[in-house]
Design a protein around this ligand. Structure first.
Ligand SMILES: [Mn+2]
Length: 598
């Protein structure tokens, strides 16, 4: 018979038993079938409600066709495992770096400044080049259900290079079981390059409608265009890829299987790196190491090793595992579920923070995110973003990404956690994030859990690297009384010596925070000092304290560990630690809060 779980179902069963006692045996079968029918209908209704607890949803799943399991088969290859490709010779084959002949190198560098990618190199490499299989060796031995849902692979692009875009499409078509690939949906966010007009339409005609192209009538930005793609898609699952990817061997079934099991699960492939200049294909992660997505309090995306307590519970290194968040570009999700969550917040602009918005929404409102080590996708990491936001940014004041972050944290964080964001990004308080009432309504309507629940149950390991932040005692420019200059990172990346520069009032490299534990921070970095001078360093992970103490009376900044004070050297204008001298103006520093002129 069947097993039902959860308190609601138990009640139904006991009512059912009580009635059996009162009826004659002959009518048992009729009544039984009737009750089973009613229960089935109730379960089916409940399973379609986004408010249904997971126990009812899984019981509902039972009522439809029995689901096949994902099974590890040690002694043979998995059911969708393709044969080994014959070795090939040619530019970039085997994922090797490809270098241009001297007479083409100029053109190559020009394309790098236009696209952020060496398109001349890309053009010389075959669309279906063989790339190394970077998966864990177990991955060849998984059997997946034969009735997985179909996917629309959605690729949003704006002025993408032709051959990188088409190589993405080719690899998807070549390396996906056709019965699960409903279509590849290209969504053009108002590109103006000629190669992406008719030549693109002509090229994709070879796939007889399996590759569709839709175009925005005006620039909408990546985030909104992805939502457009999901609305337009015809597959049961929407699977988003960047426009410069090469999917790896047997990448699709492992992404679909967790969604097949539970349509409230979003899945994320593991990303391999493709060099933007040589197209060398190389794993970012070792085949046996598992990472998951987290964030720090300034909402910068980070990754951390899978916590040992989770790793221990897993039978296989190659199994999917739960993760708090994801990098953003590449993921799969049931289309109706995605749309029922309101897709992305339409108030998010262009790019940035949408990965967090979707992750918090999924987790807090009853779904989950799984990273899938057996699904590998190569991605070209560009050195810079080769286009501007055009009109999209015109009406907005202040940094767009931080505006997005503010919308996300104001919607999904509890008050206590919002404070950590503003401690880390003090200027964000001044930003106009627009109206979030629809987002808050959605959160209410879906009955979503608190951010504390998310932190306690999902992202608990994040605090091991990024603990809760003590309040700032001061923040702003750190102004020197002798020269009226401000402490400045001088645009150098950590670790590096710091200096002073004209106080510009914009924050950025001059926005300094001193917290109640003595940590002096700039952005996500920290300030320390030694015999060489005052330095921008990587903050020690897992700590929020530091060596500094500010004297409110004398305005000197004491380095407690070394017993000296931060000073500007009168002769060379360099920063140094010197014996404290509270009357010396070169050692006097004042924090001046910034009011941004956005
Ligand atoms: Mn990308």
């Amino acid at each position: 018979m069947f097993v039902v779980e959860g308190p609601g179902s138990a009640k139904v069963l006991s009512a059912f038993r009580m009635r059996i006692l009162q009826i004659r045996r002959g009518r048992f079968l009729k009544l039984f079938l009737g009750v089973v029918g009613v229960v089935a209908i109730l379960f089916l209704l409940a399973s379609h409600s986004p408010h249904a607890p997971a126990s009812i949803r899984s019981a509902g799943a039972f009522m439809s066709k029995a689901k096949q399991e994902v099974v590890y088969v040690a002694d043979k290859l998995g059911n969708f495992e393709p044969p080994e490709p014959p070795p090939r010779n040619g530019p970039g084959e085997g994922g090797k770096a490809h270098h241009l002949l001297p007479n083409k190198q100029n053109e190559g560098s020009q394309s790098v400044s236009e696209y952020g990618i060496n398109m001349v190199v890309s053009d010389e490499i075959a669309m279906d080049r063989v790339i190394p299989d970077t998966r864990h060796r177990e991955c060849k031995h998984w059997e997946y259900p034969e009735d997985l849902p179909t996917a629309s692979v959605i690729i949003v692009f704006h002025n993408e290079g032709f051959s990188t875009l088409m190589r993405t499409v080719h690899t998807v078509i070549d390396r996906s079981p056709p019965q699960f690939l409903k279509e590849v949906l290209l969504v053009d966010d108002f590109s103006d390059k000629a190669s992406l007009k008719e030549p693109l339409e002509d090229y994709i005609a070879r796939w007889n409608g399996k590759v569709r192209l839709v175009r925005n009538k005006e620039r909408s930005g990546l985030i909104r265009t992805r939502t457009t793609g999901a609305e337009e898609a015809r597959g049961e699952v929407v699977l988003f890829l960047d426009a410069h990817c090469e999917v790896n061997k047997n990448w699709l079934p492992p992404l679909l299987a967790p969604i097949y099991r539970d349509k409230h699960t979003m899945t994320v492939p593991v990303i391999d790196g493709i060099d933007h200049d040589s197209f060398e294909y190389r794993p970012v992660y070792g085949a046996a190491s598992n990472f998951r997505g987290i964030f720090e309090w300034g909402m910068l995306y980070k990754e951390t090793e899978l916590p040992p307590e989770i790793e221990r519970q897993r039978e296989h290194k190659s199994e999917p595992y739960k993760a708090p968040t994801h990098a953003g570009g590449l993921f799969a999700i049931n289309r109706e579920y995605f749309l029922s969550l309101g897709a992305y917040d339409p108030g998010l602009l262009v790019w940035g923070g949408e990965n967090f918005e979707l992750s918090f929404k999924i987790w807090q409102c009853g779904g989950s995110i799984e990273w899938v080590p057996c699904s590998r996708v190569g991605h070209v990491y560009r050195g810079f973003m080769p286009y501007n936001f055009g009109k999209l940014a015109e009406k907005k004041k202040g940094p767009l990404i931080t505006i997005n972050y503010k919308r996300v944290i104001e919607t999904w964080f509890d008050d206590k956690y919002k404070e950590y964001f503003y401690t880390r990004e003090p200027l964000a308080r001044y930003l106009d994030m627009g109206d979030i009432s629809h987002q808050l309504e959605l959160k209410e309507r879906l009955g979503c859990k608190s951010f504390k629940w998310f932190m306690d149950n999902v992202a608990y390991d994040m605090l091991r690297k990024y603990p809760e932040l003590p309040p700032n005692l001061h923040w702003g420019e750190l102004w020197n009384a002798a020269t009226s200059q401000c402490l400045d990172t001088l645009g150098h990346a950590a670790p590096s010596l710091m200096g002073v520069a004209h106080c510009h009032g914009f924050g950025n490299n001059q926005l300094v925070r001193l917290n109640s534990e003595g940590q002096l921070g700039i952005g996500e970095r920290c300030v320390d000092a030694d015999g060489q001078g005052i330095k921008l360093i990587f903050c020690r992970l897992g700590t929020v304290d530091g060596p500094w103490q500010y004297d409110e009376q004398n305005h000197v900044l004491l380095h407690k560990r070394l017993g000296k004070c931060a000073a500007l050297h009168p002769q060379n204008n360099q920063l140094a630690l010197l014996p404290c001298d509270p009357v010396n103006n070169y050692q006097k520093w004042q924090f001046k809060q910034i009011v941004p002129k956005w």
